[in-house]
Design a protein around this ligand. Structure first.
Ligand code: PMP
Length: 420
């Protein structure tokens, strides 16, 4: 059967079986059958450079992670109402990557569940319900988080207890005061409506807002404003966490702030569904006194083994250092492309989390960005777009990305920019 026919058939079958809420990437969706390192292979035998998959952080199908999962799956997999060391060994190792104040971890299967749990803790401990998020935020799939995820395109305001603040500015707010004043105003508005504040929830690299990383430290005044309002600061590390930003393990650390709670997921098991919420023990003391927590699959021995293996690889292969070095090089080379292509307005990011904003005549180059993402896909390089106008190329390759991959990505982008 020709590859094209089978792709069309798969799309029809998917629509029929999964319904219309699912979306595929690219005008010509990619039918992947195999992954290896930074590469994905399709059914027709083509190879794609994966510069978008921040789940496979240590590379697709890393042998150390596979082996750890297989070994534990062959011995025991059960849940956390029995005693087992693996979850404790992993919790110890994971918590050692945080400031001492973040002393306990609770395990889930998805980033959404981790954020949902953080919300419950915040509401229990503050007695409030109000949450502040950014204007194009995404925090997850549950009912509570869909209200806090304006990027899903739901009507605004998303819920009475939610306030949206503008994303950080890429220039002109070096101290973070402008961002903080938005947060302050949001909490003040909440108070005027008789809503008690519970939390500021932000993705510390602002991925879906269009990637805002600099200057490090700009988040600090917003966190201070949050605490002054009696609310807690939840750092959503689902996207930037596990070394992607090239400086330490966590995006919040670049901002010199210590969150009240941290949520993580995506890259944590390199594709195995493991996620977590880490917190200050005094918050969990209060929450635990009032609630019980049990998550059937969260923190099972196979998941914990996967998480442990990912940490092994990040350490052994010096992937945080690689994210810093390769990411800096990639950003420098993308910035150099600006001289040739006036569509490139700005290159932002930290480590291997990069946003390239495209503008035409000062306005967001919305159509051009979509064309470019598809032109890249046709040339075998997978990226996507983010931001309120979807005019920011989002580039997040596995942390094993090397200089030869940077060359390929930059050359392909150069060609694709000429093509459109
Ligand atoms: N927070 C952020 C910042 C995310 O990007 C995502 C997933 N895209 C989530 C939370 C939710 O994670 P999950 O899909 O694992 O539920």
């Amino acid at each position: 059967m020709p590859a094209e026919t089978s792709t069309q058939e798969l799309i029809a079958r998917r629509n029929r079986l999964l319904g219309p809420a699912y979306r595929l990437f690219y005008e010509q969706p990619v039918h992947v059958v195999r992954g290896e390192g930074v590469w994905l292979h399709d059914a027709a035998g083509n190879r794609y450079l994966d510069a978008y998959n921040n789940v496979a952080c240590v590379g697709h199908c890393h042998p150390h992670v596979i082996e750890a999962i297989a070994r534990q799956a062959a011995v025991l997999n059960t849940h956390t109402r029995y005693l087992h060391e693996t979850i404790l060994d992993y919790a110890e190792r994971l918590l050692a990557t945080f400031p001492a104040e973040i002393g306990q971890a609770m395990f889930t299967c998805t980033g959404s569940e981790a954020n949902d749990l953080a919300l419950r803790v915040a509401r229990t401990c503050t007695g409030g319900t109000g949450v502040v998020v950014t204007r194009t935020a995404y925090h997850g799939v549950t009912g509570a988080l869909a209200e806090l995820s304006p990027s899903l395109g739901l009507p605004e305001p998303t819920a009475p207890h939610v306030r949206l603040v503008p994303a950080p500015q890429s220039a002109g707010d070096e101290t973070g005061e402008i961002f903080a004043s938005g947060v302050r105003a949001a909490f003040a508005d909440m108070a005027r409506s008789g809503i008690r504040p519970a939390a500021l929830l932000v993705d510390t690299i602002f991925s879906s807002d269009g990637v805002f990383a600099d200057p490090p430290g700009f988040l600090r005044p917003a966190v201070e404003a949050t605490r002054a309002a009696g609310a807690l600061f939840i750092a959503d590390e689902v996207q930037p966490g596990f070394g992607r930003c090239g400086e330490g393990m966590w995006g919040f650390a670049r901002h010199d702030v210590i969150p009240d709670m941290v949520t993580m997921g995506k890259p944590m098991g390199n594709g195995h569904p493991i996620a977590a919420m880490a917190a200050r023990p005094e918050l969990l003391k209060e929450f635990g006194a009032r609630s019980r927590y049990f998550n059937t699959f969260g923190g099972n021995p196979v998941s914990a083994a996967a998480g442990m293996a990912v940490l092994d690889v990040i350490e052994r292969e010096s992937l945080i250092e690689n994210a810093r070095r390769t990411g800096t090089d990639l950003r420098t080379r993308l910035t150099a492309l600006r001289a040739k292509h006036e569509l490139i307005a700005e290159v932002r990011g930290a480590g291997l989390f990069i946003g390239v904003e495209l503008r035409r005549g000062g306005a967001p180059a919305v159509a051009e960005t979509a064309k470019l993402v598809n032109a890249m896909r046709r040339r075998g390089v997978l990226i996507s777009a983010a931001g309120p106008g979807a005019n920011v190329l989002k580039i997040r390759p596995p942390l094993t990305f090397g200089s030869e991959h940077t060359d390929l990505l930059v050359e392909t982008l150069d060609q694709a920019l000429q093509e459109i």
